[in-house]
Design a protein around this ligand. Sequence first.
Ligand SMILES: O=C(O)CCC(=O)C(=O)O
Length: 264
Amino acid sequence: MDISNNQIKSYKEEGAILLRGIFIDWVETLETGIEKLIKNPSPRERSYLPEDGTAKFFQDLCNWNRIDEFKDFIFNSDIGKISSALMASQFTRFFHDHVLVKEPGSSLATPWHQDLPYYCVDGVQNVSFWIPLDPISKEISLKCISKSHLTGKIHRPKRFNGNDLYENDNSEEMPDIENNLGSYDILAWDMEPGDAIAFDFRIIHGASANLNESLRRRVFSARCVGEKTRFVDRKGKGSPPFDHVQLNTGDKLDVEDFPVVYEK
Ligand SMILES: O=C(O)CCC(=O)C(=O)O
């Protein structure tokens, strides 16, 4: 599937676009992969059990190398080609996969945040794909603040419990978006399995709880970077933690953790 010039323009300007049906042929494969992962999570699993006793929010990261279905998707779907067009890059490097399952009734919302300050990469050639495997209404779908990738601001990243991710981080706090929703231009869509939201690592985004008692909210997120994106040492344990990667700030991401999945 090809991306149109209008879609590329919207991605650049808005920071997030909906791509209808783009991964429809991969839904079953990703479903199988997610069920395998839930049965056999990695040491990086970071699931949360809400204190009110509602259902789990399962999360796990960086599993493409041990879950065949994920590997198949990143090397054999159009994700590399689409990313390269959206990022205006000669090639696409896969950065990481992230599985986020909010089981029916889970009361955990995903706080408003930007992804870039969590990541050991820097550069504007980047794209994440948020791919739901269940039909979801826009109330529980990913929400992105239009154009927030272009403000030049990177807000202080937090752990899920509200603590700062990095020590001595003086960057600006995220504003109170949740209590001022009317002041923001929020992009959100009703979505079907196989649709995807492509969004910039710098965009401010979040997601509501899954208050639907009969529907799982299974999501496969896949993150890609381009030829000009570089490694950055953020002097602290980011997410995902790529502690084992022997790179310095400014280095090309030329290691096997980040394979090139498409070249023009
Ligand atoms: O699925 C969610 O709840 C949040 C997703 C997200 O923040 C991401 O994919 O970067």
